[in-house]
Write a protein that binds this ligand. Structure first.
Ligand SMILES: Cc1ncc(COP(=O)(O)O)c(C=O)c1O
Length: 380
């Protein structure tokens, strides 16, 4: 039996999305910037997808820019905001951001920018008061991850965004893990910028989007300096001929995610909670992250008191079950998960972290079997 419980890493592309992408590659290969019919037809494909992505987050489609994925969208925000300023300023990010935010922020820090890394509690949650206190006269951007990839914790985005709006500071959220799993409405949330990646909700790898609130520029004239200069595609924010087929696939994946969001989230929550109960009697397996509404519906994470996370991932893989670990290997050494360290766990605990992320392919029997295998490995 093969069971995939690593949907936080990537999701299989939906068959309908593959079919559409192949169809678009065959029949809509024109350059969308061309003025002739071939170009016009490709442009129509892109614009339909823009509407579909916008609809998933209840945005004005004018605010959706296609990128190569979450990493590019995140980098575009941090570096694009920074490049508006001739001298270093101040930015605030949470201590539990994905490396696609953390590393560009560090890049700026090494060049004289002040970066505040907001502390989180043991569940991975930022305290709104801490954000309020951290904002300075020269704070130009706040970036807070909507749902943390390793521990599934969902930040109080409305509260955090409102603090930034009151202080007239740009607010970005990396919604890569949240999209398609929880309802996001950018009309009612005080969000200026939001990152999206297709391969986390059954679209293709290498395609994503950045939402820019169209009111952002109108409010105070601020915007992003593009990272790529060239043909001025995507309203000048992202030069480069668009990946028409991948964009079409992203649009369809977004439309299907929107249709199924409520029922699929409910189904995954039930399965996830069932697995949680089945694992509760394994000694020394300690849950991490938040619970209830402050946690992604498809997400479970733990650390084990005695087993290294990577060793456990390999043991599960031998049994045909794919999960992931928060620790990473570089130069032969195991690095503990920086996320768990920030949440107050010890190095030892952070090396032993594991993540199980459910998705469309999972059903009751996968959950029962996974629990059985985990008992066999951890309670031999
Ligand atoms: C929270 C978060 N942000 C950004 C990314 C990067 O997205 P992409 O793989 O599309 O570059 C990921 C991918 O795992 C993620 O989980």
């Amino acid at each position: 039996m093969q069971i995939y419980l690593d949907h936080g890493a990537t999701t299989p592309i939906r068959p309908e999305v593959i079919d559409l992408m192949v169809d678009v590659m065959r029949s809509h290969w024109g350059n969308p910037s061309s003025l002739h019919g071939w170009g016009e037809r490709s442009t129509m494909v892109i614009e339909r997808s823009r509407l579909q992505v916008a609809s998933l987050i209840n945005a004005d489609s004018e605010g959706v820019i296609f990128t190569s994925g979450g990493t590019e969208s995140d980098n575009m925000v941090i570096m694009g905001v920074a490049r508006q300023y001739p001298t270093p300023q101040h930015m605030i990010i949470s201590g539990v951001e994905h490396s696609a935010i953390r590393l560009p922020a560090k890049f700026l820090e090494d060049r004289g920018w002040d970066i505040t890394y907001l502390n989180v509690d043991r569940q991975g949650l930022v305290n709104a008061k801490d954000l309020e206190m951290a904002i300075r006269h020269n704070t130009v951007l706040v970036s807070m991850i909507m749902a943390q990839n390793e521990v599934g914790t969902i930040q109080p985005i409305e509260k955090l965004g409102q603090i930034c709006r009151n202080a007239n500071v740009l607010f970005h959220t990396d919604a890569v893990q949240a999209i398609g799993k929880i309802k996001i409405d950018v009309q009612s949330l005080p969000i200026d910028l939001l990152s999206i990646s297709a391969h986390k909700f059954y679209g293709a790898q290498g395609i994503g989007a950045l939402y820019l609130n169209p009111l952002m520029n109108k409010r105070d004239g601020r915007s992003l300096v593009p990272l790529t200069l060239g043909g001025s595609q995507e309203r000048g924010y992202r030069s480069g001929t668009q990946a028409v087929a991948a964009i079409a696939g992203l649009g369809l994946a977004a439309a299907l995610a929107e249709q199924e969001l409520e029922t699929e989230s409910e189904r995954l929550t039930k399965l996830r909670d069932r697995l949680y109960i089945l694992l509760a009697d394994i000694p020394d397996l300690i849950p991490t992250g938040a619970s209830g509404a402050a946690r992604l519906p498809n997400h479970l994470s733990f650390y084990h008191k005695n087993m290294d996370g990577r060793r456990f991932v390999r043991a599960m893989n031998q049994a045909g079950i794919a999960i992931s670990s928060g620790s990473a290997c570089s130069s032969g050494a195991i690095n503990p998960s920086p996320i768990l360290l920030k949440m107050g766990y010890s190095e030892f605990e952070a090396k032993n972290s594991i993540r199980l992320t459910l998705g469309k392919s999972n059903h009751e029997e996968d959950i029962e079997w996974t629990a059985k295998v985990m008992h066999q490995i951890l309670c031999p």
